[in-house]
Design a binder for this molecule. Structure first.
Ligand code: FCB
Length: 458
């Protein structure tokens, strides 16, 4: 059980969102479509048929949302910049209106003592860049670095903390292998080329940001999973190795150690392609960073499975792996609740770079919320999830891991990608008819915790 005093006084406490999930104003002030605007219009792609056209209308309501954050007592906010709002059509010309929006947001945050952490790429590639090959094309890495440079040039006096990519595993494998995310392609193990171009874009962006603002703090956010084998059988252990490889090591090793894990490239059958890339890529990708962001939600239990021909896997090269449904408690997403796994993945990241500061840049849970007659929303399960994971952060600190912050996903309910508006992760309830915001009891718990009035873990 921990309380706020178990954390350093300068610990970062924040909430997180992403542009397409909250901003709305999709066609306002010159913003042009991203791959998600396009994908959301594909029949059957989004569970409830909605788009992010309006979402939380944060573009028009950000001042109120900053007040909400202040009322929770957080000292930081992680948001993402919409590439095509800043650079319409993904070109090289900055939109004045786009710059203005993010400058006003950052200024409002700073006025409230809330430190802005800006993510440059939370999955919303400008459509024109997808049409030119998307992340399967090497040129997209250069386009990303140009965008990063311009974003930092325009906003770097207000924003000093930058995250290049959010969860490149999702961009590459959900976007180009399983196709359940934009751009909805299914190119099998070739999707791993997108991994390489995303990471290359990350490295080039880090270098560009440093040139532009040497004092900026720059990192990348990876979604890491605690992974275990369903049994000690060699086949199940190997299944866990594959999934740990594809989910975690394929990203941690190139970024932090300057090499790809050979076993994973072999699983993918893509070793020749990777070896044919310019040798200097490895150094570019491993450009030193100031921190690593870790998004953690759940644990995977894996077993050897049977290849089912024709199945499209979100982990290409793992057709022989089965994800086992244990009896462990799960959230509405079906994701196992396993707070110790947060410590595991932080340990794993820490093992590659012992001095590198770490941040939990996302952690949270979806549950069905009901609104009481008096308008209040009680969400004890979400509050419990939060308590348990905050407690895991305290445990990581006790183990000597340089964890510097925790961002809860999410500030408020928002447009949850392929689930549309049908999954709620917020500490704040959003009525999508009226756009009214109501702090849930989980948000109230966080407020009390940050005020020193409540302890983590029940
Ligand atoms: C993460 C995403 C975030 C949100 C949460 C629930 O994978 O980064 O945008 O969708 O999951």
């Amino acid at each position: 059980m921990s309380n706020r005093d178990d954390f350093p006084a300068d610990f970062t406490w924040g909430t997180a969102t992403a542009a397409y999930q909250v901003e709305g104003a999709a066609a306002v002030d010159g913003r042009t479509p991203s791959i998600w605007d396009t994908f959301a219009r594909v029949d059957g792609a989004i569970a409830d048929g909605t788009t992010g056209d309006v979402a939380d209308d944060h573009y028009h309501r950000f001042l109120d949302d900053v007040e909400l954050m202040a009322s929770l007592g957080v000292n930081s906010y992680r948001f993402s910049i919409s590439w095509s709002r800043l650079l319409p059509h993904g070109g090289d010309t900055v939109s004045e209106a786009g710059v203005e929006f993010y400058r006003r947001l950052a200024s409002a945050l700073l006025e409230r003592g809330i430190r802005p952490y800006a993510t440059l790429y939370h999955w919303d590639l400008p459509q024109e860049l997808e049409d030119a090959g998307g992340w399967l094309a090497r040129e997209t890495a250069d386009a990303f670095a140009r965008y990063a440079r311009l974003a930092v040039r325009e906003l770097g006096d207000l924003v000093s903390d930058w995250i290049t990519l959010n969860e490149p595993w999702c961009s590459a494998f959900l976007g180009y292998a399983s196709g359940v995310h934009a751009p909805g392609k299914q190119v099998g193990t070739t999707a791993s080329h997108a991994v390489h171009h995303l990471l290359l874009g990350h490295g080039k962006a880090v270098a560009a940001i440093r040139e532009e603002r040497p004092e900026a703090s720059v990192g990348i956010t990876l979604n890491l999973y605690s992974t275990r084998a369903a049994s000690d059988s060699a086949a199940d252990v190997d299944a866990a190795r594959r999934i740990d490889g594809l989910q975690n090591r394929l990203f941690l090793e190139p970024v932090l150690a300057g090499r790809y894990p050979a076993d994973v490239l072999d699983d993918l059958g893509e070793r020749d392609w990777f070896e044919a890339q310019p040798e200097s890529d490895a150094r570019t990708i491993a450009e030193p960073i100031d921190f690593l962001g870790v998004n953690y939600y759940s644990r995977h239990t894996t077993a050897a499975g049977e290849a089912s021909p024709g199945t499209v896997s979100a982990n290409p090269g793992s057709e022989f792996v089965r994800f086992v449904d244990t009896s462990a408690p799960r959230t509405q997403m079906g994701w196992e609740i396993h707070p110790d796994g947060l410590v595991d993945v932080l340990e794993q990241a820490h093992s590659y770079a012992p001095d590198l500061p770490l941040f939990v840049t996302e952690n949270g849970s979806a549950y069905e919320d009901t609104v009481n007659a008096d308008g209040s929303v009680d969400d004890p399960a979400r509050a419990e999830y939060l308590r348990l994971h905050v407690d895991a952060c305290a445990e990581a600190l006790r183990r000597g891991i340089p964890l510097r912050g925790y961002f809860c996903w999410s500030l408020m309910d928002n447009w949850e990608w392929a689930w549309g508006l049908s999954r709620r992760f917020g500490l704040v309830y959003v009525d999508y008819e009226t756009q009214q915001r109501t702090v849930k009891s989980s948000g109230e718990w966080l407020r009390q915790f940050l005020a020193g009035e409540a302890r983590a873990a029940a």
